[in-house]
Design a protein around this ligand. Structure first.
Ligand code: NAD
Length: 253
């Protein structure tokens, strides 16, 4: 028996990276999965491969969410889970960040998460689950990613409020806070595949991360599964750090 048998879960930003691994794992665990993304070619190919439904969804748009929810309900008759995973990252010092860039990141990371919960929760079956993808930078500062960190702090705030407001319907809402994970978002060289990335980042993460390596998207997917399944039945409103110990503290010797 799968951990998600009979459940229908929407995963945003699921064409690649962590979202892709979440979609794959959720299907393996018996869920019907809605793969939602703006990368149509990759998203459609993945959905075809794993037997899921692909929907084009720009998470920053109200009409996109309305259409996605309608498509999910049409295909599967219900929605039990949402993983707000879509996100973008921009590097800039705060004093150099153009307002347009700031608002672009807010639109995807923060507005996308808000609209997702606002649109899906009313249609979701009682006892459903929402997992919001925040970041380590939701809990600590990190130079050069101020806009991103601001939106990820906001995602945590939204998570806690939604957990309180939806608890009466037994809808649980939690957040994932990954450290560095080996996906296209964290790849300095877009041409490098996972192996190339790991090599390039190995030295850096050996020094920075107590476990001495970058995280794998499959590892984040397993945390998303835990928070989407009954294994986490008494947990809501919480951030879950998955970072190889990065936030545990600093080493001075
Ligand atoms: P990724 O870039 O591989 O995947 C992000 C996905 O989101 C892509 O498929 C992209 O097309 C999609 N997306 C972007 N804008 C969208 C939009 N407007 N509407 C719908 N989809 C959109 O990166 P990833 O590492 O898999 O990121 C997944 C989540 O994890 C993000 O929220 C990211 O902020 C978060 N995160 C990543 C890391 C990391 O080191 N990779 C660390 C902490 C948190």
């Amino acid at each position: 028996m799968g951990k998600l048998d009979g459940r229908v879960v929407i995963v945003t930003g699921a064409a690649r990276g962590q979202g892709e691994q979440e979609a794959r794992l959720f299907r393996e665990e018996g869920a019907e999965v809605v793969v939602a993304d703006v990368l149509d070619e990759q998203g459609e190919a993945l959905a075809k491969e794993i037997g899921a439904l692909y929907v084009h969804l720009d998470v920053g748009t109200e009409s996109g969410w309305r259409d996605a929810v309608a498509a999910a309900t049409r295909a599967y008759g219900r929605i039990d889970g949402l993983v707000n995973n879509a996100g973008i990252l921009r590097f800039n010092a705060l004093v150099d960040t153009p307002l347009e860039e700031f608002m672009q990141v807010v639109q995807v990371n923060q507005v996308g998460c808000f609209l997702g919960m606002r649109t899906v929760a009313p249609e979701m079956a009682d006892g459903g689950t929402i997992v919001n993808t925040a970041s380590c930078t939701a809990l600590t500062g990190m130079a050069a990613v101020g806009t991103y960190a601001a939106t990820k702090h906001a995602v945590l705030g939204l998570t806690r409020v939604a957990a309180l407001e939806l608890a009466a319907r037994r809808i649980r809402v939690n957040a994932i806070c990954p450290g560095a994970v080996d996906t296209p978002m964290s790849r300095p060289d877009p041409q490098a595949g996972p192996q190339g990335t790991s090599r390039a980042l190995d030295g850096l993460y050996r020094r920075l991360v107590p476990l001495g390596r970058v995280g794998r998207p499959e590892e984040v997917a397993r945390l998303a599964l835990f928070l989407t399944s009954q294994d986490s039945s008494y947990i809501t409103g919480q951030p879950f750090v998955i970072d190889g110990g990065w936030l545990a503290g600093v080493t001075v010797v």
